[in-house]
Design a protein around this ligand. Structure first.
Ligand SMILES: Cc1cc2nc3c(=O)[nH]c(=O)nc-3n(C[C@H](O)[C@H](O)[C@H](O)COP(=O)(O)OP(=O)(O)OC[C@H]3O[C@@H](n4cnc5c(N)ncnc54)[C@H](O)[C@@H]3O)c2cc1C
Length: 402
């Protein structure tokens, strides 16, 4: 088994599991199989340098307690510098100038979750895969074709190489080409907006409180980082996002101060800006013959409820567990029963929040009068319903069962 970065010299290669995409989901899945004895090959179109030392991409990932546990098991958690983690002590949702605030507070001192920059999560998982020596990594080359049959799977790479595998796993983004080639239909929801994320320094403290604020014509979220710095997340039509991407740093800071009504005092841009289109996707099947989807390729969440990678990580570890269980029963690692159990469990875990998230995102980005009335009512009701709030808080703080 080769280390990340080893290049296969042969025109074709045989392995047990071929994974398309070494993003956080693909890498987590490979690391979750460490010690299984299976030969895993990861194929990634990006360069090895960009995996070993990924650039900051603006995403601050809110990791649930369960995800933190899984990352510990994968030997990735302790590789993230504690100074780069920011505890999420409380979350608030507010609509326009309405005085009703939906408040999510943990019952004790334990934070709701931990905010960690995405590029540091990716680097930590990459290092964990390298040190465990659990996969051969082919970088700088894209998979161009995928086919599977009951006898096996075949990947064709852009440089002419081929990989034969007993199981093919696609972790190749929410716009997965492999999924399309395997004929798996996907629900797609284009919200017609884009999201801009950037770090801003501000005068007033944030007290570890995340704020989601639905002003008319815009959605602003402030995610509390170390010191008087937050990640500002702006949801706006693509044209406005483009203008903010191009604005001078001073103009951007002034615009952010105005959009947040000066609640955090004057703001200054404190890093690079990144824009993402808002498209949610949900594959109609997560598995096929000797084939499975993980990460965003299975479930591409709208980021508003901060669950995309939390689901990706849970799914990757669930699929690895099913494969180990098939091995333990001396069954084929692509045993259809095992794949189906993964599909059912992952669907059960993700579908309710996927649909709820899309409903929330639609309601809160719609500025027509009926939607404004409904969300005002939802907030008032939510503010009055302590048990419902406790339920949401418990879900955020959910630890791994068993
Ligand atoms: C602004 C923003 C904020 C977010 N906040 C949160 C949050 O708070 N909490 C949370 O849980 N999630 C959050 N997410 C979601 C999270 O970032 C994603 O769920 C996660 O990055 C998906 O990982 P992945 O490995 O499935 O896909 P990706 O990160 O997209 O990686 C896919 C990899 O596949 C490779 N690839 C693609 N096609 C090919 C091919 N043909 N051949 C070879 N390689 C290929 C790509 O190069 C890439 O490296 C957020 C997302 C955004 C945009």
């Amino acid at each position: 088994m080769g280390k990340p970065g080893d290049k296969g010299q042969d025109a074709s290669m045989d392995c047990d599991i071929a994974v398309i995409g070494a993003g956080p989901a693909g890498l987590s899945f490979a690391r979750a199989l460490a010690g299984s004895g299976l030969h895993v090959v990861l194929v990634e179109r990006a360069s090895e340098a960009s995996l070993a030392d990924p650039a900051f991409d603006g995403r601050e990932i809110a990791l649930t307690h369960r995800s933190q546990d899984i990352l510990r098991d994968l030997d990735a958690w302790d590789r993230i510098p504690p100074a780069e983690m920011s505890p999420l002590r409380q979350a608030r949702v507010q609509d326009g100038v309405s005085p009703f605030v939906l408040d999510f507070s943990p019952p004790g001192e334990t934070p709701l979750g931990m905010l960690v920059p995405n590029h540091l999560i990716r680097r930590a998982i990459y290092d964990a895969v390298r040190d465990a020596d659990c996969a051969t990594l082919l970088t700088g080359v894209a998979v161009t074709a995928v086919e599977t049959s009951p006898r096996g799977g075949l990947l064709k790479l852009a440089d002419g190489r081929q990989i034969r595998a007993r199981l093919v796993v696609a972790a190749d983004t929410r716009f997965s080409e492999a999924r399309r080639q395997m004929g798996i239909a996907t629900r797609m929801r284009d919200f017609g907006k884009s999201m801009l994320v950037a770090r801003v320094a501000h005068e007033k403290p944030h007290d570890g409180i995340a704020t989601e604020w639905f002003g008319h014509g815009q959605t602003v979220a402030m995610l509390p980082l170390q010191g008087a710095v937050s990640s500002i997340v702006l949801t706006l039509p693509a044209r406005q996002i483009e203008a903010l991407m191009q604005a001078s740093p001073d103009a951007f800071g002034a615009d952010a101060t105005r959009r947040t009504d000066g609640r955090w005092g004057a703001m200054q841009l404190a890093g690079t800006r990144h824009a993402y289109p808002l498209v949610a996707t949900y594959a109609q099947r997560f598995v096929g013959t000797r084939f499975a989807l993980v990460g965003d390729a299975a479930v591409g969440m709208h980021p508003v409820t901060a669950h995309g990678f939390n689901f990706g990580l849970a799914g990757a570890s669930r699929l690895a567990e099913e494969i180990r269980a098939s091995q333990a029963r001396r069954r084929d690692i692509a045993d259809p029963g095992g794949l189906l159990r993964y599909e059912l469990a992952h669907r059960r875990a993700t579908w309710p929040l996927f649909t709820a998230t899309n409903a929330i995102a639609s309601l809160y980005t719609d500025d027509r009068a009926p939607a404004r009335l409904v969300r005002g009512a939802v907030l008032r009701l939510g503010a009055a319903l302590a048990p419902a709030r406790r339920l949401v808080t418990a879900q955020l703080m959910e630890a791994r069962a068993g």
